[in-house]
Design a protein around this ligand. Structure first.
Ligand code: GLC
Length: 663
């Protein structure tokens, strides 16, 4: 059952797809508190768990901390960071009752989940304009399903997007890309995508290609495709201010950029220098910005990643002026030590400053709207711009699209990656925990920068992270300029990397099928153990294992110098050890705790009783996989329903796409 409560005059976020009648009076759960803005409180029982909140720090059970929905560019996030790149205002309280709560409002919002008072959930915002949805159902999974039906079907990418991708900020020339492909092919390490970070552009101008490095870009795209490689370019939020650059000139002329209060274009410095932001909430401006993707799809490109769309701001002329004045003042002092932190703080606070978001305006259906009130929608708008354009240009074809920033609703148009992370074991654990939380919020196509984006990775972290990445729909190795190189061929013992990455391709029919079925049925691909074993107190606390589809449980190794790990089996299961030297046969383990050894080139997978999964011959790229030649592993007598279509069309329901396989 879904209830909706309305406050003030909410901005139409279009996160929700169904029109639920507005309920009046007391809510069915908790209470709305009188006062300024918005405030909701509900008491929890001592053992209630809280799930959801999509992209966020900490574990799967979110209880005991305070989170703030406020899309932020923050690569150095820790346990105490309150906001990440996305803002996903859905939580699920699980105890005697299972209740889902969605707070549909795009301004900053605080989720105090037993942080100030251990038995109280307090959710509040300065903005008093929102819709609140309350969902009651008999179990966690059903709450999620009802919520997902409310927000609409999750995005499904083309099948090549389930292959392995190599990325690094710094690839610039055709030779850089060719080298990546050559190394993979020579070593028989499967590869489907190479990502193009900002250096492919002409001076970081969106929808341009560096004419010196790529004098014939379509020919280069073709050359890569002949080797079964898709190039996936990045598109940034900021449009460079440069007379003569048509995107800039058209945007100014048509009034399609965000403005200041006086309607002149809002200016912010990002990678290209000073830029304007497309007014992505204005449907006309969105269609205009989206229309430029065609420049690259016409050259043969079939996928993109949208970046810097919180939108991230390095500084604005206003904040720069303030900081420079303070620096000058400090230089004039003999001993500028009275406020030692002042300059450093000012410099730091120049980026992503809310004072700038308050200066920035959108123009939607004749109304001027302050960006601060709709901040969390920018990334969603950009994904939507691309998604809507793809639909217009080629309605029958799926394209790859994923974004850094997002809000619920964006899940219908694209996926997300988990933003800039670090080569830290704690971020590997965070990657794992985010998977079910994101699935609850509709984001199925997701994954983290494998091996870590910032900081120097290590060989073992890279291998362990890839072994988790084997299961995540987006499997991409990406790293920051200036950090230790982390393509597989930069390490000693590259055989281990080949072995792990090939596991992904063995599992590809199963993962693709599980993904598409989850999208079509509004279900999760990854679930906390608690959802499948609600009566099991140990399963409820298990935060480093996940259920995958209806058939499996995954148990990645997330600790350095560990030769294996302790796993918890809520019931008897079959351990299938993938990778390795192929000699470790599958074996059945009884319910309970076990220590299993896991070599750096092994990927453990547990199959549930009465289930089986298909395995393929790995192949060098996705189209090389023969879905007619699959082997089932699991319990004798079980069946698996495989989804396998043409890989890019949208006729999912076609009968021949489904096949029952018997073990
Ligand atoms: C941002 C992105 C990162 C990219 C970099 C340069 O930090 O999150 O993935 O490599 O910008 O474009």
């Amino acid at each position: 059952m879904i209830y909706r409560y309305r406050f003030g005059r909410p901005f139409p976020t279009e996160a929700v797809m169904r029109d639920i009648p507005v309920s009046q009076g007391e809510p069915v759960y908790g209470s709305f508190e009188p006062g300024q803005g918005f405030s909701f409180k509900v008491r929890m029982d001592a053992r209630d768990a809280i799930y959801g909140l999509g992209e966020n720090v900490r574990g799967i059970n979110k209880r005991g901390f305070e989170y703030i929905s406020d899309a932020s560019d923050d690569p150095f996030h820790y346990e105490t960071t309150r906001s990440l790149y996305g803002a996903h205002n859905f939580i699920l309280v699980s105890g005697e009752r299972s209740v889902g709560l969605f707070f549909d409002q795009p301004a900053r919002m605080t989720f105090d989940l037993g942080y100030s008072k251990q038995d109280t959930i307090h959710i509040y915002s300065e903005s008093g304009n929102l819709d609140v949805y309350m969902i009651e159902a008999e179990c966690e999974e059903k709450v999620v399903r009802e919520f997902r039906q409310l927000i609409g079907r999750s995005y499904i990418p083309p099948r090549f997007a389930f292959g392995y991708g190599q990325s690094r900020w710094g690839y610039k020339t055709p030779e850089d890309f060719r080298e990546v492909v050559r190394e993979h092919r020579q070593a028989h390490v499967p590869l489907d995508m190479v990502y193009m970070d900002i250096d492919y552009m002409d001076h970081f101008k969106d929808f341009t290609v560096d004419p010196v490095n790529f004098p014939d870009f379509p020919a280069f795209v073709k050359e890569m495709k002949e080797q079964h490689i898709q190039l996936v370019p990045i598109i940034d939020a900021g449009v460079k201010i440069e007379p003569g650059y048509d995107v800039y000139e058209e945007g100014v002329e048509q009034g399609f950029f965000c403005t200041y209060e006086d309607d002149s274009c809002f200016t912010a410095c990002v990678w290209p220098g000073y830029t304007h932001f497309p007014d992505i909430l204005n449907p006309l401006a969105r269609a205009w910005f989206g229309s430029y993707y065609k420049r690259l799809t016409d050259a043969g490109i079939e996928g993109f990643w949208n970046d810097m769309c919180e939108p991230a701001i390095f500084f604005t002329p206003e904040e720069l002026k303030k900081t420079r004045a303070a620096m000058k003042e400090s230089l004039d002092l003999d001993e500028p030590v009275s406020q030692p932190q002042r300059i450093a703080d000012l410099v730091r606070s120049m980026s992503n400053n809310h004072a700038d978001y308050r200066r920035m305006f959108h123009h939607v259906n004749g109304e001027r709207i302050c960006h601060e009130d709709v901040h969390n929608l920018f990334g969603y708008g950009m994904t939507r711009a691309a998604g809507e354009a793809f639909e217009r240009d080629e309605p029958e074809k799926r394209r790859l699209m994923f974004s850094r920033s997002s809000y619920i609703g964006a899940h219908r148009y694209g996926g997300i990656w988990m933003g800039d992370n670090m080569s830290w074991w704690s971020h590997l654990r965070m990657n794992l925990a985010m998977l079910p939380s994101l699935n609850m919020c509709g984001f199925l196509y997701t994954g983290a920068d494998l091996a870590g984006f910032g900081a120097d990775t290590t060989r073992d972290l890279a291998l362990r992270w890839l072994a988790l990445g084997v299961f995540t729909p987006l499997m991409r190795n990406h790293s920051c300029n200036g950090t230790r190189r982390q393509e597989f061929y930069r390490f000693e013992g590259t055989d281990d990397f080949r072995t792990v990455i090939r596991v992904r391709y063995q599992l590809l029919p199963y993962l693709y099928s599980t993904f598409v079925k989850a999208a079509l049925e509004d279900r999760m691909m990854f679930k906390p153990l608690a959802f499948d074993y609600p009566g099991d107190p140990i399963a409820r606390e298990c935060e480093d294992q996940l259920m995958l589809g209806d058939e499996c449980m995954i148990t990645p190794v997330v600790q350095q110098n560990a030769f294996g790990r302790v796993v918890y089996l809520p019931e008897e299961m079959m351990l299938v050890m993938l990778g390795g030297d192929g000699t470790k046969a599958s074996r059945i383990l009884p319910a309970g705790h076990h220590y299993i050894e896991v070599e750096l080139n092994e990927v453990p997978l547990f199959v549930r009783p009465g289930k089986c999964i298909p395995l393929a011959e790995p192949g060098e790229y996705v189209d090389d996989i023969d879905a007619e030649d699959l082997t089932l592993v699991g319990y004798v007598g079980s069946t698996y329903e495989l989804f396998w279509d043409d890989g890019y069309g949208k006729n999912y329901e076609k009968e021949t796409n489904f096949r029952i396989m018997k073990m």
